[in-house]
Design a protein. Structure first.
Length: 277
């Protein structure tokens, strides 16, 4: 079966490594594979349900982190206020403990995210700087490395060379960091954004048990808080599972049971300590 050269125009003015690979496939397509080759060069937006762009995964990760941050706020503050409410019916100690737990938890989340993301960003920046130096000092070696990566993905030596050379000619740095490191230099996570987002998510989640314990009368505040917290945990568990593609039933059951155990333990401690003191 003969192979004919087929030219194809990649839609849109912006460059995308995956489309360049597709264009190479089209260029060396055989007669029988021509319809498929044309099909794969179509705009990824023809399949809107499929996340073709890495930014979508990044957004999902942010949403998932926000849901988990809210979940932490719900469980942490619920445990504190229920423990205090089990020891006393006075509103003031419950409010003080709840606000202290909210502020401490939000600051802890923010600091943890800032340190973690800063470390990740520093590491990614160091890798990017190293790749820039290698491209300047050893361009031929880097080209062979790129060819080897595409060959390991299943491309023939000829196609791997064509892909590597075309990507290198367009933007060698972007081609290498995308394939070798999986990093987008334009989308490095901002540690301040991560810290603020985590603090907000924790605060939003923590407000629920705090209000649930303060608004009802003393006789019903603990049962109402238990019910409100378990309902909220069920919602956050379902959302995090859906965002992560996991089984919602299993995730919801796990987080609800965990939250119930945490509140039961702090309630028992509050009753014990309150009775002794």
């Amino acid at each position: 079966m003969s192979t004919r050269a087929i030219s194809a125009q990649v839609d849109g003015p912006s460059f995308h490594p995956t489309r360049t690979v597709y264009r190479t496939y089209v260029r060396y397509a055989t007669e029988s594979t021509y319809p498929y080759a044309v099909l794969v060069t179509s705009d990824p937006q023809t399949h809107p349900a499929e996340p073709h762009v890495g930014a979508i995964n990044t957004k999902l990760n942010w949403l998932r982190a926000g849901v988990l941050g809210a979940n932490d706020g719900i469980v942490s503050v619920a445990g504190i206020v229920i423990g205090v409410a089990a020891a006393t019916v006075e509103r003031s100690p419950i409010l003080t403990a709840g606000i202290a737990g909210l502020v401490a938890g939000a600051l802890s989340m923010a600091l943890g995210e800032y340190v973690s993301v800063s470390t990740q960003r520093d590491t990614e920046q160091a890798l990017l700087d190293k790749e820039r130096r290698e491209l300047i000092e050893e361009p031929e070696s880097e080209l062979r490395e790129l060819m080897g990566i595409y060959r390991s993905k299943g491309l023939s030596p000829e196609t791997a060379r064509a892909v590597a050379e075309e990507l290198t000619a367009h933007d060698a740095f972007a081609a290498h960091v995308d394939v070798e490191l999986g990093i987008d230099p334009d989308e490095l996570t901002n540690p301040w954004h991560a810290a603020i987002s985590s603090a907000i998510a924790f605060t939003v989640g923590a407000m629920l048990p705090l209000l649930a314990i303060l608004l009802p009368p003393p006789s019903s505040r603990i049962p109402i808080t238990f019910a409100a917290v378990l309902l909220a945990l069920g919602i956050t568990g379902w959302m995090s599972a859906r965002l992560g593609g996991a089984d919602p039933k299993l995730a919801t059951r796990r987080v609800v049971i965990g939250g119930a155990i945490a509140m039961a333990v702090t309630y028992a401690i509050g009753r014990l300590v309150g009775g002794v003191v």
